[in-house]
Ligand binder design. Structure first.
Ligand code: C2E
Ligand code: MG
Ligand code: MG
Ligand code: MG
Length: 285
C-alpha cells in the first residue's frame, strides 16, 4: 500500500505509522469533546512537612476518564492538548476546579492548605494568564495565598524578561510560584536570583537513586543548600522509600511528595488523608 505513494515516502508510511497517526487523530477528536462530556477528573497528591509528617499542601493532577480507554494519564494527552491549543480551556477548568475545591475544603472546616496547579508552556505564555488567575480567584473566593502555580525551568526560561514580568504580576496577586522538575532543564542558575519564586521542586529522577547513586545524592544535597541560601523552600518529588525520606530529612529538605506518603487520590480519599493528618497522627509512619 505504501509503495503506491511513491518510493520516497515508503519508509515513512508503514502500516504501523498509519495506525499511530490514526490513533492520535482519534484521541484528538475525543479530547475536543472531553471537557463538555465532563470526562476530566482531578486527583490530589499531598505535600508533607518532613519534620512533622503533616500534610501542608497538595498538587492537582489531571486524569482523563476516557469512555473506552479507561483512565488516561496526563503524560499521554497534555502534549496533544498543548499542540492543539486545547490546553487553554482544559487548564482553566483545572485552575477553577482546584481553587473551588480548596475553598470548599476550607469552608468544610479542614485546616487551610495550599493547592498547587501545573501550568503548561502555552498557558504560561497566554497574554491573559494573570487576568485569568485573578478572575478564577475572584469567582471561587479562594484567598490567593492558598494557590501555588508550578512551572518548569524550560517554560520560565523561554523568554526570561517576560517571565519576570508575569511572575511579578502573579506575586502581586498573592499567588506562590514553584519551579517544577528542578534540575532537568539544562539551564544556568542565574535566573534563580532574578525570578520572583518561592519554591524549588527537586525532580523525581534525582530522588530515585538517592541512596545508591553518589552523584544523585550530591545533586540533591546541593539543590537543598542552594534553595535555602536563596530563601526558597524545597520540595522533593517522587519519594517512595523510607531510606529516601531519611536522607531528605537529614539534608533538611522542607517537604516531600511521593508514593511513600500517598499516591495522587480523588477528592474523597484526600479528605480522609487530611482528616487523619490534622488529628495530629503521623500518617507517614
Ligand atoms: P509533575 O507536575 O512533575 O507531577 C508529578 C508526577 O509524578 C505526577 O505524575 C505524579 O503522579 C507522579 N508521582 C508523584 N509521586 C510519585 C512517586 O513517588 N513515584 C512515581 N513514580 N511517580 C510519582 P502524573 O500525574 O502522571 O503527571 C505527569 C505530568 O503531567 C505532571 O508532572 C505535569 O507536568 C503534567 N500534568 C498533570 N496534571 C496537569 C495539569 O492539570 N495541567 C498541566 N498543564 N499539566 C499537568
Ligand atoms: Mg508539578
Ligand atoms: Mg514535578
Ligand atoms: Mg515531573
Amino acid at each position: 500500500r505504501a509503495r503506491e505513494l511513491g518510493g520516497g515516502h515508503y519508509q515513512f508510511y508503514t502500516p504501523e505509522m498509519n495506525s499511530k497517526a490514526f490513533e492520535r487523530l482519534a484521541l484528538e477528536t475525543d479530547l475536543r469533546k472531553a471537557l463538555d462530556r465532563q470526562e476530566f477528573v482531578l486527583y490530589y497528591q499531598p505535600k508533607v512537612d518532613m519534620q512533622t509528617g503533616q500534610i501542608v499542601g497538595m498538587e492537582t493532577l489531571i486524569r482523563w476518564e476516557h469512555p473506552d480507554l479507561g483512565t488516561v494519564s496526563p503524560a499521554e494527552f497534555i502534549s496533544l492538548a498543548e499542540e492543539t491549543g486545547l490546553i487553554i480551556p482544559i487548564g482553566e477548568w483545572v485552575l477553577h476546579t482546584a481553587c473551588k475545591q480548596n475553598k470548599a475544603w476550607q469552608q468544610a472546616g479542614f485546616s487551610p492548605l495550599r493547592v498547587a496547579v501545573n501550568l503548561s508552556a502555552r498557558q504560561f505564555r497566554q497574554t491573559d494568564l494573570v487576568a485569568t488567575v485573578a478572575r478564577v480567584l475572584h469567582e471561587t473566593g479562594l484567598d490567593p495565598e492558598y494557590l501555588e502555580l508550578e512551572i518548569t525551568e524550560s517554560i520560565a526560561l523561554e523568554n526570561a524578561d517576560r517571565t519576570i514580568a508575569t511572575l511579578n504580576e502573579l506575586r502581586t496577586l498573592g499567588v506562590r510560584i514553584s519551579i517544577d522538575d528542578f534540575g532537568t532543564g539544562y539551564s544556568s542558575l542565574s535566573y534563580l536570583k532574578k525570578f520572583p519564586i518561592d519554591t524549588l521542586k527537586i525532580d523525581r529522577s534525582f530522588v530515585r537513586e538517592i541512596d545508591t547513586n553518589l552523584s544523585d545524592a550530591a545533586i540533591v544535597t546541593a539543590i537543598i543548600t542552594l534553595a535555602h541560601s536563596l530563601n526558597l523552600k524545597v520540595v522533593a518529588e517522587g519519594v517512595e522509600t523510607p531510606v529516601q525520606q531519611a536522607f531528605l530529612l537529614k539534608q533538611k529538605c522542607d517537604e516531600m511528595q511521593g508514593y511513600l506518603f500517598s499516591r495522587p487520590v480523588p477528592v474523597s480519599s484526600f479528605e480522609r488523608l487530611m482528616a487523619a493528618s490534622t488529628k495530629g497522627g503521623s500518617a507517614n509512619d
